[in-house]
Design a protein around this ligand. Structure first.
Ligand SMILES: O=C(O)C(=O)Cc1ccccc1
Length: 437
């Protein structure tokens, strides 16, 4: 069911009937992703670069992370919210894959924000009736095992790795079943009226599913367990921009967003097959990226202190081995006739997070234009990265001036140009870093 929230948007004010008001999230209701969406799109959100506070949003559940991405890509939703990584269990592979493999659903997507949500999983199920406390032959069940009646455990795969101690101590006898989300797990467990099924889920899912809370906060890190979510929207093409510009002139005053003091950029790249070599790995590429300096103009004519990009995270995912083609080369019942090998085994796509702490000249107000939304003076935004990142992304044949754009390449034996090292480089977004917010 769609849920309406008052919220804020970086976009023009939507009408109630417009898909501009729809936020897709991994459902059903009460998931952690639902909480993340409520947090980001609520008027109380302490998020200066979030949506406009005059906007109202319909939060619409989708059955999978891929379905959220599809809804945004197909313009059925203006925004999508997906889980990205967890402080205990690491990255969400399904999301990384959708971001990394830009040829597919994610090609048109841009990351515009992030949300951190504390995660305190509970064990949801049915309490064993008194008569069920007795085992076969009238023997009393072990008093210290209040979960002995649970034979099936359902949850999102991320949850297992966040609750290892509790589950191995109390529920090693139960069979685990992966589900698309924790709330879906609760719904499935609730269908089993025998009480033999339970779910690892959010306490809110007890209400939506009708299950009891059998154990609270069963995570390995009860104080710090946190999941980071990404907010996505579709990239605007020139036509959209023109339409939206006209719309925004009619509907809203020019929007000036506060410059985030610290921003995160996500890039993905595929190393060239021979460079870097197996011996040097991806170090030359990371070295090159870490030597870049943000010399971007502020748009207000003031010179800012060049800010270095700090590489804070590197993820890697195997590149998809197969792709659709009209020239099938694979003779296997697993692959349809129009499928062919695309990459060699062991070829990976890397996702690199770059953190930039803005250097602000003394006495300067913090107000500015968001770096992902360089204004054209009419309150409209272009989906382009910072000037310096743009230079990184231009095709290799046009990268002659790359080094001088950054002043970082060529030092300490670093390569002159990224084009020598990477087969492709994509900018997936730049947004306000919210870790310490
Ligand atoms: O399943 C959910 O509720 C989600 O939102 C995904 C997820 C799963 C486990 C931890 C954090 C987020």
């Amino acid at each position: 069911m769609a849920e309406q929230k008052q919220a804020t948007a970086e976009a023009a004010p939507p009408t109630q009937t417009s898909t501009q008001s729809i936020v897709a999230f991994l459902g059903p209701r009460a998931t952690y992703t639902h909480q993340a969406a409520l947090s980001y799109f609520s008027p109380e959100s302490n998020n200066p670069n979030g949506p406009d506070h005059d906007d109202k949003f319909d939060l619409v559940p989708e059955p999978s992370i891929a379905a959220v991405v599809d809804a945004v890509r197909d313009s059925r939703a203006a925004y999508g919210v997906v889980p990205y990584e967890n402080s205990t269990n690491g990255a969400v592979a399904a999301t990384l894959d959708l971001l990394a493999h830009g040829e597919g659903a994610s090609r048109d997507l841009l990351i515009v924000g992030e949300v951190y949500v504390p995660v305190q999983h509970c064990l949801l199920g049915r309490r064993p009736p008194a008569t069920q406390q007795q085992g076969q032959g009238g023997q009393q069940r072990n008093e210290e095992s209040p979960y002995a009646h649970i034979q099936h455990l359902y949850s999102h795969p991320q949850a297992w790795g966040q609750c290892t101690i509790f589950l191995s101590t109390h529920l090693s006898h139960a069979t685990r079943h992966d589900t698309s989300s924790t709330s879906r797990a609760a719904d499935i467990a609730a269908e089993d009226t025998s009480g033999a099924s339970a779910a690892v889920a959010n306490v809110l899912a007890a209400t939506t599913s009708g299950l009891d809370v059998l154990a609270k906060n069963i995570v390995d890190d009860p104080v710090g367990n946190t999941t980071r979510f990404l907010v996505l929207r579709r990239r605007r093409d020139k036509k959209d921009s023109a339409n939206r510009s006209a719309e925004s002139q009619q509907n809203q005053a020019p929007q000036v967003l506060e410059r985030p003091s610290t921003s995160t950029t996500l890039l993905s790249f595929i190393p060239k097959s021979k460079a870097p070599s197996r011996d040097t790995g991806i170090l030359p590429i990371l070295t090159f990226l870490s030597q870049q300096r943000s010399c971007r103009g502020s748009g207000d004519g003031q010179q800012r202190t060049p800010a270095p990009y700090e590489i804070t995270k590197v993820h890697s995912r195997p590149s998809p081995a197969f792709t659709s083609t009209t020239t099938p080369i694979v003779d296997s019942p697993s692959y349809p006739a129009d499928t062919a090998r695309k990459r060699k085994p062991w070829e990976y796509t890397y996702l690199v997070e770059l953190l930039r702490r803005e250097g602000t000249p003394p006495g300067e107000a913090k107000q500015g234009v968001h770096p992902t939304n360089s204004s054209n003076g009419e309150g409209e935004s272009e989906d382009v990265p910072d000037h310096d990142l743009q230079a990184l992304l231009v095709p290799s044949s046009e990268q002659a001036g790359l080094q001088s754009s950054f002043g970082g390449g060529g030092q300490d034996g670093a390569p002159e140009s990224l084009s020598d090292l990477v087969e492709s480089l994509r900018w997936l977004g730049t947004w306000e870093d919210r870790l310490d917010a």
